[in-house]
Design a binder for this molecule. Sequence first.
Ligand code: SAH
Length: 375
Amino acid sequence: MLDRILARGEAGAGLSARELTQLLNLEDPAEQQALFDAAYRVKLRHVGPWVRLRGLIEMSNFCIRDCYYCGIRRSNRRINRFELSFDEILAAAKNALGFGYGSIVLQSGERSDPDFVEFIESVTAAICALPGCAGITLSCGEQTMETYRRWRRAGAERYLLRIESSNPRIFRSIHPADASFDDRVAALHRLRECDYQVGTGVMIGLPGQSGADLADDIEFFHRLDIDMIGMGPWLPHHDAPLRDVEPETPERARKRFELGLRMIACTRLQLQDVNIASTTALQALAPRGRELGLLAGANVIMPNAGGIEHRADYTLYDNKPGLDENASETRLALEQSIAEIGEKIAYDVAGTSPHYLKRQSSQEKQPSPEPRIGD
Ligand code: SAH
């Protein structure tokens, strides 16, 4: 029975919500492994054993939102607010591009004031002009069409905006009243309209979230024709109220970790050719978490490329790994651990989502190969 579902999933036949739920709820280790192996074969077919890297720069933890799960929520008075200067961001980006990361992700808390909009615009343009830069992803929350357009024109080609949960009831339970599910979906549509490669994702193992909800999340990614997925287990933060709803235990942490891996595998089976990140949240739960994510079907890792000075101030959840590991150490450790699992790092590539390239070429009716630096 399981074999048949996995074979159909692997062939790209498209699984029903019920079948996906069944896979998401697997607990038997051998059955889980069969799921991971099937997803891994799908990944090999579409992207090979190549890990694409994005140098992550956490620019600022100022935030106008008050999400119940997040450590940098605006009402958390116990963190040190910071913002990196233009020069600090540029130096981190140069360093990451020097490592051959190819692509940069700029992430911050959400702001929409004119100074912020202009700052992101200018820093994006400056990074874009650096030698070796093959792609910039922004992850700065919900913005107006005009702002998304300005940043796109400045050179950002990709945008990550997680829906957090595609179930409006769960979305409501983890956000205060000033956040709206419909607004977030509308922002995803605006990004597509502005011609970004659009990334979204969810938190996995949220209080009150079932396997069927996660199956619906995958259906949501499919319906919106998403190009990139960034998702990971929800992790409690000591100053964020969601931790009180479901106090952490080692057993719960273990279950969310495994569910995180199954969610990656099911997303790979169902969406096949998208980029899927193996996120730091997996690594927070298990030392080799990100590597196991790669073996379950993910193909992107976002190593921290910023300095260590403000790393501890950008804690979305407790036990963030790599707090005292500088960017060079991170790179070395990553090279080793990726080699250990038999994968290879794709240096100096844009690492564009094959799904996006296919959509582009079918729109233009001509093949558009992945851009490589130097081409
Ligand atoms: N402000 C931006 C990006 C910063 S937060 C935005 O709103 O898109 C980036 C992501 O971190 C969030 O989308 C959320 O999914 C994740 N995150 C935040 N707190 C978390 C927690 N406690 N556990 C796991 N993931 C968390």
